[in-house]
Design a binder for this molecule. Structure first.
Ligand code: ASP
Length: 348
């Protein structure tokens, strides 16, 4: 190549945006969050539907603002989930569902797609923001998952904010727990020895409350990094010590910069059996599928009414797939696409 050609090429390169993207190419950032699958939104009161939309809008606004400012996906996911953990409308942090003993036990996970670093906590009861504790497990230990008292003590030793049981256990969840308990008693009288009382879908019928309200957030930031985070109180009436999919890397939460970031919500046991979140990434990586097809195929492997996922890929494509009646979800990207939904209203 002669010198003139070289100078011409360099000149053209300088005129291109730093990212190499032109205006109508994929968005520079994308964020999707969920507030849990399950329950029939059309049966919820107007007020409750609005609370859910308000909570997700506030979290989405925070996420978009931080991403627009160039913040890292890890910080954005943590901040968004902390806000949802503080919002008693959702089953994470304050307002978490209660286990069979009427106690709260919280699970959370965060994963960075750049280097597969991840941290998770299970069955914690004292730390106010389990997602921040999960991040500390990732950044301050050589482990991936801490549980119970050890996890709480670890958080306290780092000075993370704690809260008493009354903070986490709201009146709404105490009422829902009582309804669940009454239903258990009823079922055990009807069918002594029948364990179907533990089917969470039955419980949602009895309480007329959304059974799930787990929160999750997946982000592609302006630096090209993918991060996924999930936080939950698990399933109402779960056994003491039960751990769901949310803190299990690959099952309820996964991120890999080469493919996608995924957060799940639904009946955790089904997600663990199928390694749902990592399965979406695997279908992209090994099967060459696009994000939408991969997510749909993974959801098709789940039993009916088991849950859903949100995901974003390295190009900024966003998907929300579920086989429940509804899944509270919100999404936005740098091109101005935005939506907040509870059921299938945007699919008509
Ligand atoms: N997947 C959660 C669990 O099984 C529950 C949920 O998504 O609402 O713990």
């Amino acid at each position: 190549m002669n010198r003139g050609m070289w100078i011409l090429l360099m000149g053209i390169a300088c005129l291109l945006p730093a990212s190499g993207r032109s205006q109508d190419e994929p968005p520079k950032f994308a964020i999707v969050l969920h507030g849990g699958a399950g329950g029939d939104p059309s049966r919820w009161s107007e007020e409750y539907q609005q609370q859910r939309r308000d909570g997700m809008n506030a979290a989405l606004n925070l996420g978009v603002e931080r991403l627009r400012a160039g913040d890292a996906a890890l910080d954005v996911v943590e901040a968004v989930i902390r806000l949802l953990e503080d919002d008693a409308t959702f089953n994470a942090g304050r307002g978490a569902v209660l286990n069979e003993q009427g106690q709260h036990e919280l699970d959370a996970c965060i994963m960075h797609g750049k280097d597969l670093r991840c941290g998770a906590v299970a069955s914690v009861t004292q730390i106010k923001h389990p997602i921040s504790l999960a991040r500390k497990v990732m950044s301050e230990t050589r482990h991936v998952l801490l549980m119970g008292e050890g996890a709480d003590k670890f958080g306290l030793s780092l000075g993370l904010e704690s809260a008493p049981a009354e903070y986490f256990q709201t009146d709404r969840q105490k009422k829902a727990w009582q309804a669940w308990k009454n239903r258990q008693t009823e079922l055990s009288h009807q069918n002594p020895g029948d364990s179907q009382a533990n089917d969470p879908r039955k419980d949602s019928e009895s309480s007329k409350e959304p059974y799930f309200g787990t929160v999750g957030c997946v982000v592609l930031d302006t630096h090209g990094d993918l991060v996924a985070g999930t936080s939950t109180g698990g399933l109402m009436g779960k056994r003491w010590g039960r751990v769901g999919d949310s803190p299990i890397v690959g099952a309820g939460n996964y991120a890999d910069n080469g493919t996608c970031a995924v957060s799940g919500t639904g009946i955790g046991e089904e997600f663990i059996r199928r390694n749902v979140a990592a399965d979406v990434a695997a279908r992209m990586r090994y099967g060459g599928l696009d994000l939408k097809s991969a997510a749909q195929q993974t959801i098709a492997t789940l039993p009916e009414d088991a849950g859903g996922i949100i995901a974003v890929d390295y190009k900024g494509n966003m998907v929300m797939e579920f086989n429940t009646v509804g899944m509270s979800r919100a999404y936005a990207n740098s091109s101005g696409t935005r939506g907040v939904f509870l059921g299938r209203e945007n699919e008509e």
